[in-house]
Design a protein around this ligand. Structure first.
Ligand SMILES: Cc1cc2nc3c(=O)[nH]c(=O)nc-3n(C[C@H](O)[C@H](O)[C@H](O)COP(=O)(O)OP(=O)(O)OC[C@H]3O[C@@H](n4cnc5c(N)ncnc54)[C@H](O)[C@@H]3O)c2cc1C
Length: 372
């Protein structure tokens, strides 16, 4: 880490420890939809909602390694907040990469202000999950306006986003018919808020596009290459999802390490048994290896290298490590690990989502296998 990166990590770590961690369990256990703007506001105050927005549009212009560092810190306190952030990053990447000058000037600065704002990335549909070529949402051009129709499932920030980046496809389902549209909130209907197992702070909704109407200025990128751009966005997002998982795993490890140093059985701290210290050693080793894989993928992105395989590997490995670490942490805390008030219960549920989003673990293996 450079000096600047260390400083930024420390600022975010302190912010999360002081302003988020003390209230996160309350939100996790609140039931219903616990999203409110309080945590997102903290990120907005520090211009951290989309750290990769270039400086010329008011952003921090951070690289992916630095973004992963920040996301890990945020996820260590609240994985749901990190998911809100990564969802917004996904939604803005098409604009950052392929938007016109006026699109960048119109939309990117909105996400750099102190007033909090989120966007959502709407790809998944009831019939199109792992198979992203089965989209049914259509966009029809009539007299300078696009009319978008379809259902988008599992949209993070869905009900609270000011803009939805919607992916559409022509009826012939050919790759050349893919399109990205920036759809304002007033053109979208929320059909349901989906109650999820974990990342409770992140609002996850199903949204309806019923003749959602946008001008041609809302079409992002060159239609001939949108399918490639879609795959690029997914590749870019995977290590960031990996960074969320590292944050969760690290928080679980820190908690169980403290506990095993304090908890005494048979007259000595339980960590003095190799049956406890060896699993902790393996957890720490695996987290380190997984983190390095995230950094490698991010470094390849930053250096404009070939990052597809490294991104999927990072996303796959972090998923496995996060799930194993949070499960093992519960074992090592015994009965205390299984109580409702213990944060481990939240980490365990939060970690599970990282095996599904950005493509399931099987999808990552399909990508990696195709590139061996
Ligand atoms: C909390 C949450 C938030 C999400 N946020 C977003 C979001 O913001 N935007 C968005 O667009 N999407 C989002 N998603 C959707 C997510 O990306 C999809 O759920 C995921 O890609 C899997 O699609 P699916 O649910 O349709 O599962 P399916 O594709 O139906 O898969 C079901 C199972 O079959 C397996 N499978 C499918 N095909 C194959 C195959 N060929 N070989 C081997 N195994 C296979 C899968 O691995 C999986 O285990 C979110 C999901 C969740 C749970």
């Amino acid at each position: 880490m450079s000096k600047e990166q260390k400083e930024l990590v420390n600022i975010v770590r302190e912010l999360m420890r002081n302003e988020v961690y003390p209230t996160i369990l309350e939100k996790d256990r609140a039931g219903g939809d616990p999203f409110d703007w309080s945590y997102v506001e903290l990120l907005a105050q520090h211009n951290l909602i989309v750290p990769v927005i270039p400086e010329e549009y008011g952003g921090r212009g951070l690289d992916y390694v630095s973004s992963a560092l920040i996301i890990e810190e945020i996820a260590a306190a609240c994985a749901g907040l990190a998911a809100c952030m990564v969802g917004t990053i996904h939604a803005l990447l098409p604009v950052i990469i392929a938007g016109s000058g006026s699109q960048k000037r119109n939309w990117l600065p909105l996400f750099t202000k102190k007033k909090p704002i989120l966007a959502s990335f709407a790809l998944t549909e009831p019939k199109g999950g792992s198979d992203i070529e089965k989209l049914e949402t259509t966009a029809e051009l009539k007299e300078g306006f696009y009319y978008i129709n379809g259902i988008k499932d599992f949209v993070i920030n869905g009900a609270v986003a000011d803009y939805v980046l919607a992916c559409t496809c022509g009826e012939e389902k050919r790759r050349a018919t893919y399109r990205f549209f920036m759809v304002p909130r007033d053109q979208v209907r929320i059909s349901k808020v989906i109650k999820t197992m974990g990342i409770k702070y992140a609002n996850t909704s199903q949204i309806l596009l019923e003749n959602a109407t946008v001008s041609e200025e809302h079409l992002i990128g060159d239609p001939r290459t949108t399918y490639l751009l879609l795959n690029q966005i997914l590749d870019l997002g995977r290590p960031l999802i990996g960074a969320i998982q590292i944050g969760i795993a690290r928080a679980a490890l820190e908690m169980v390490l403290r506990y095993s140093q304090e908890r005494e059985q048979f007259g000595r701290p339980i960590i003095s048994n190799q049956g406890v210290s060896f699993p902790l050693a393996r957890m720490a080793t695996n987290i380190d290896a997984a983190r390095l894989m995230v950094w490698k993928a991010c470094a390849l992105i930053d250096q404009e290298g070939d990052y597809t395989k490294a991104s999927s590997m990072a996303r796959l490995f972090t998923s496995r490590v996060g799930q194993a670490v949070t499960a093992a942490a519960i074992d090592l805390m015994g009965g205390q690990g299984y109580t409702d008030e213990n944060p481990l219960n939240m980490y365990f549920r939060d970690a599970k989502v990282c095996s599904i989003v950005g493509g399931t673990d099987n999808v990552q293996q399909m990508i990696i296998a195709s590139l061996l």
